[in-house]
Design a protein around this ligand. Sequence first.
Ligand code: NAD
Length: 692
Amino acid sequence: MSATYEVENRTAVITLNNPPVNGLSHATRAGIVDGLKMAMADKIVNSVVITGAGHAFSGGADVREFNTPKSFAEPTLHMVIAALEDAQKPVVAAVHSTAMGGGLELALACHYRVATAGAQIAMPEVKLGIVPGAGGTQRLPRLVGVETALNMIVSGNSVLSEDLAGTRLFDQMIEGDLMAGAIAFADKVADVRPLPKVRDIKIDCPNYETFFQQARITVSVQSANFPAPEKCVDCVAASVSMKFEDGMKVERENFLALLQTTESKALRHAFFGERAAGKIPDVPDDTPKRPIKSAAIIGAGTMGGGIAMNFANAGIPVMLVEMKPEALDKGLAAIRKNYENTLKKGKLTQQKFDERVGLIRGTLSYDDIKNADIVIEAVFEEMGVKEKVFRKLDEVMKPGAILSSNTSSLDLNKIADFTKRPQDVIGLHFFSPANVMKLVEIVRGEKTANDVLATTMALLKKIKKTGVVSGVCDGFIGNRMLDMYTRQAAFLLEEGCLPEQVDKAIEKYGFAMGPFRMGDLAGVDVSWAIRKRRIAERPDMEYSKIGDLLYEKGRYGQKNGGGWYDYKPGDRTPIPSLLVSEMIINHSKDIGVERRKISDQEIVERLIYALVNEAAYLLEEGIAQRASDVDIVYLTGYGFPRHRGGPMFYADTVGLSNVVVAMGKYALGRHGGFWKPAPLLAKLAAEGKTFN
Ligand code: NAD
């Protein structure tokens, strides 16, 4: 049963009951229509209340049925909406907790709406690259006003019900028991005729032409790569300038056209990819989980501090361990400062500030953390240091505690074997700044127990991170691919590009930051050290010496005022550097390469296909579970443009045979061996298949 039906006194109550968010599945839609029929047929019933069980009124479409025949099966949402609007007895939506997308559109079609405070009201369709498709763009402006509706529809962000209390959206805000209030309201309006329909409300927007002209300018600047926000404006404009039925046609046309765009497909791929990443084929959802009520972090440096904040933000007490009091004080002060900045910006209340700061404590003694349920090591990236820490943790931590490492590149299996409980050891690779970045690579060691994996997956959800499972290898999924990308970027410099040209081309493609700006942010010295280690391990690796030359000049990036770019003191704006250009041009001469003009297309192809080819190896080796996991790593951790769906999705849209052909062309140039297609890529391309 996805919707239940009861009668209380003279009011029929239809309750959506499709956990977790009362998504509008086929069965739920049918349940509503059946309930309405019963209510209309029952002579005793004089009104109807529709509400949602549990923690939502309705979260909208049931994503589990997305793109399945059930999502199109009758009664469609449009039919349900028509049945509600045309009902001959008043229908009151009793809104609480969440009313989003189709769920909100359902409420908008009712004759009346009542709500409790604290409900999240939203039309989030734009985040999937589409416009609301069931009348939302036409009814919402009639109820909350054009400006508020436009903001909600274009941003997709939610607004609290109490903030909309003064509008026509809610006929009454209910304090206390929602159902009692809703039934009392229904009883009060039971005999009012004619029944009010939102479609009949006349919109008042006297300066609408100027208003929408301005809105279009703002939206086109803010959403350069996405067609959907501009189409949202068109639809809301139609609600003002056209009759209701014609406005509905405009909405429908835009909805159907946007559904076919690559951008919308990419956004939907990202949405489903994030959900898929939470599934591990051999670790079922019902795997028992260990309770996590407290955490400890070893090392209060850049990463340790950020990681600690995630726990405090989720209400989990966390203890930071350092070796020296100065380092501990510095770490705790950095955390406090970070929270103070948020407080100053008004994004945190004083109470939350006190709570969060209060949940983070420091210590110099492992004795204080022995009862923690999980410990995350974030000390220096040296195997010797990690060994000492893990041997100590093995000695002091209570049995069953999860021991994890934030290592970016070291062998997790080795780290696990420093303990007598390798089954309890797992990698949790957070990204910097760890309190902001969504991605965490979950590194599954050879011996990591299934319940440890299941527990960390659930924990990451709780601290609002996107966890993606990776096997053990140098750099895991993200950084192993990044190595190929940055090596290719350096070859481009040798052959004719300057850093600013490479960065510009890839930023135009949509990346948040090009490889050289990113290099300056992460530190030229840091990448130099990683490169040295890799070359020692793989002496046959082909790479450009250009980064080493920069390092030898003492240009470490933003941290000392110059790297690939120059920087003015206190300013992070990159300024193309004459000295670096000269260094690059001379280097090309020294290695006998005749510089040539390189197109933006070549830059983008070489950088992206370098990622794609390495990812194909990762899939073959089983390091990455699925192509969409690779996409999620790049979308949430590396600034890959969301409207392109991630490197693998993008390669699919280009066509894998086209990718292989382009690689063949680049194989004729310098470092041709780099472009040997991974067997999986070659196979899929030959078979005309895709990664996703
Ligand atoms: P950091 O140098 O900022 O901090 C390391 C901290 O660990 C220092 O405060 C140090 O005093 C402390 N420490 C060292 N040995 C210790 C010990 N035995 N006991 C307790 N404390 C000890 O380093 P970071 O950038 O925070 O990196 C930490 C780990 O996170 C490394 O493994 C690194 O590879 C990984 N990582 C870093 C980043 C990044 O961008 N910085 C990103 C992902 C992962």
